[in-house]
Design a protein around this ligand. Structure first.
Ligand code: CA
Length: 221
């Protein structure tokens, strides 16, 4: 996704931008609302990550103006203000979701992924004998339904959103985090190995040191 990160704390924006770039997102970072306005005037973003306390104004007011002007990109608010009234104001102004600082990077990645999924027209994929229906959350192997746990599904779905492309470990770990998995060092390998056992070894290729790729040796249909 093409993401605009509006954040005036350079340490926070560096860490978040690096994490999202590791997950193959293109991230532009700006530190003021004036620069954010210039950025959205020139680029159609898939997602805006918006801090509320900015040097030249309040992010919620900016968001309200953007929505009235027709800005349609999903917006995830990132803020230290955890009071309920701020959340309601942000959602009223047109935010899609909310993340309270300090946030875990895996949680940020998971929320970004969830927003991306809601805004992506999902469909079914046929990879050899395996059919993955992303909207129905179903997997068929030779026409027979394969039962997956929610965490196996989370990993498979993250792979299936980019069939034939490398999906990084960080992105897959975010998918697991979304389902509350403890991120111990080999937890991802455990779910990958379960998926290979259920769907066939050749379905998931290991890209050593980087991540995994779905549909190895298959035509993505
Ligand atoms: Ca700030």
């Amino acid at each position: 996704m093409r993401i605009l990160l509006v954040e005036d704390d350079p340490d926070l924006s560096d860490v978040a931008a690096t994490h999202l770039r590791d997950q193959s997102h293109a991230v532009d970072v700006v530190g003021t609302l004036k620069m954010a306005s210039a950025a959205v005037a020139g680029v159609t973003y898939d997602l805006i990550l918006l801090d509320l306390g900015l040097p030249d104004g309040d992010g919620v007011d900016w968001l309200g103006r953007q929505r009235r002007a027709g800005q349609q990109a999903p917006v995830l608010i990132l803020t230290a203000r955890d009071q309920i009234s701020q959340r309601i104001r942000g959602l009223d102004a047109g935010a899609d979701d909310y993340l309270t600082k300090p946030y875990d990077l895996h949680e940020l990645g998971a929320r970004v992924r969830a927003i991306g999924r809601r805004h992506t027209a999902s469909s079914a994929l046929q990879l050899g004998a395996v059919r993955i229906d992303l909207s129905a959350h179903r997997v068929l192997l030779e026409q027979r339904e394969v039962r997956l746990t929610s965490r196996e599904w989370a990993v498979l779905e993250a792979l299936a959103l980019r069939p034939g492309h490398l999906v990084t470990r960080a992105r897959l770990e975010d998918a697991l985090f979304e389902f509350g998995a403890e991120l111990e060092s080999n937890v991802l390998e455990v779910y990958i190995s379960q998926l290979r056992r259920k769907l066939g070894r050749q379905m998931i290729e290991t890209v050593r040191g980087l991540g995994y790729r779905l549909g190895f040796g298959q035509e993505a249909g």
